[in-house]
Design a binder for this molecule. Structure first.
Ligand code: FAD
Length: 436
């Protein structure tokens, strides 16, 4: 087990952070994926210390090895909404992240073989961009590096959470190293935040049920290259083969510097019925040919594809997100369909609100694990969460329904969306995560 205590390494990111705890109260975080790490960094920004336990082993990274970070055509990517970018700006991380982020200046929505299409442009909507696309590998390494350098965060990797016990004024978390039951250890904190993913152990240990829905679809993700530059346009295309999102990416050699950006690299998320994914995973030429057929010439010619990954899609919603001194967050609270690129962005808004509420509680000298506070958080997040869940499902079901009447209705809706001046900014704001 590696225990990585925040060191004294200093960098630009660290200078803007509090280095002194505002409270003795500790937050325990189970699960150190993108949400767990981001939440720990948000807490540290407010002067709140946390101990984060991660089941997997974290790689050893140093600030200087960024150049060797990835393979050109091999990664999964996340579209970060404008609100998520604002949150990272607020905690002083965006400067570090943005060198590998690709702006989205326009969004095109269309359906193969239909007349309806809609376009959102940043100039029309008077925004700097609709969001940014970033490789998960890059986002993950930057979050991990920032957490490792943050004195208020203690990272414990190779630590599998096995039990949770709640007392009046604290919560006790038990964890063990993989396969070594005798090595069980315990930690105590004022509150436990479970960010341990879709199949959350903590959620199960707390006997919190879930409502699940199997979409019977699988998302294939990968990086492709086209002979036409992306010009910062994100394309959402609905085809008989399934919905497709093609997003602009930075060139690795350019590293965000516009002078070097050729802009031929794009991220693909393609949703197909489960069972059909094998042909696209194994046969790159078939994958490229089917993409080409779905897109026609609008993105140019698809000329190369990196290794693809497959993600079976199930919506998982926790029946409740607070139990005593424990909060369920991230995919553990709501795992959504990726077609609208909303899942992580929603988690970031949850994390931001909870960190703010805990910070106010600290300033009052009150208990950050108080159930009433946590329940107020759960209530405060309901509207945004329900809206995003409904939006994702409407996109999935509305655009995959084969009935000709439904198809006609959605094309009329797309045309109306494109023409009605009041609707576009509203939807654009929702998609950017700026309205909840
Ligand atoms: C194909 C695809 C594309 C997507 N694209 C987008 C997008 O463009 N925009 C967007 O906003 N969202 C997107 N999402 C959603 C986004 O990926 C998720 O919302 C996000 O990854 C959730 O992160 P998390 O940290 O909650 O969960 P996870 O990433 O699952 O992390 C959970 C962590 O907990 C650890 N863990 C598990 N069990 C234990 C235990 N017992 N003890 C200790 N640690 C444990 C795991 O090892 C893991 O590190 C996409 C999703 C998919 C599938």
């Amino acid at each position: 087990m590696t225990q990585q205590k925040g060191s004294n390494l200093s960098n630009a990111t660290n200078q803007s952070k509090n280095t002194k705890a505002m409270t003795e109260q500790q937050v325990l975080i189970a699960g150190g994926g993108h949400v767990g790490l981001s939440f720990a960094l948000l807490l540290a920004h407010h002067g709140i210390g946390s101990t984060l336990l991660e089941k997997m082993s974290y790689p050893t990274i140093s600030p200087s090895d960024d150049a060797k970070r990835r393979h050109y055509l091999d990664s999964r990517n996340t579209a970060l909404s404008r609100r998520t970018v604002q949150i990272y700006q607020e905690i002083g991380l965006w400067d570090e992240l943005q060198s590998h982020a690709c702006r989205i200046d326009a969004v095109q929505i269309s359906e193969q073989g239909s007349f309806g299409r809609a376009q959102l442009n940043k100039a029309e909507e008077r925004v700097e961009s609709f969001g940014q696309v970033m490789e998960n590998a890059w986002l993950g390494r930057k979050l991990l590096l920032a957490a490792q350098q943050e004195p208020l965060i203690t990272l414990i990797d190779n630590a599998n959470v096995t039990a949770v016990a709640q007392q009046n004024d604290m919560v006790t978390l038990s964890f063990s190293r993989h396969g070594e039951k005798d090595d069980e250890q315990q930690l105590q904190g004022s509150v436990l935040v479970a960010c341990d993913g879709r199949d959350s152990t903590v959620r199960q240990l707390l006997n919190i049920g879930t409502t699940t829905y199997d979409y019977q679809q699988t998302a294939i993700v990968g990086v492709v290259e086209t002979d036409k530059p992306h010009e910062h346009v994100a394309i959402e295309r609905f085809s008989p083969a399934g919905p497709l999102a093609v997003l602009p990416l930075t060139d690795p050699e350019g590293d965000g510097n516009d002078d070097y950006q050729k802009g031929y690299r794009r991220s693909v998320v393609w949703v197909c019925p489960t069972g059909e994914e094998t042909q696209y995973l194994e046969d790159g030429a078939h994958f490229l040919a089917t993409l080409q057929q779905a897109f026609g010439a609008r993105a140019g010619t698809f000329i190369a594809a990196g290794r693809r990954g497959a993600y079976p899609l199930t919506r998982v919603l926790a029946d409740k997100q607070v139990e005593g001194r424990c909060v369920i967050m991230g995919n553990a609270a709501h795992t959504l369909h990726p077609v609208a690129g909303q899942g992580f962005n929603l988690c970031m808004r949850d994390a931001h609100v909870l960190a703010q509420m805990m910070s106010r509680q600290v300033l009052k000298g009150a208990d950050i694990g108080d159930t009433q506070l946590l329940k107020r958080y759960e209530k405060a997040r309901q509207t945004d969460q329900k809206r995003v869940i409904r939006f994702c499902d409407a996109v999935v079901h509305g655009f995959t329904h084969p009935n000709p009447a439904v198809k006609l209705a959605r094309n009329v809706a797309l045309v109306a969306f494109d023409k009605l001046p009041n609707i576009k900014p509203l939807i654009a704001n929702y998609a950017m995560g700026l309205k909840s």
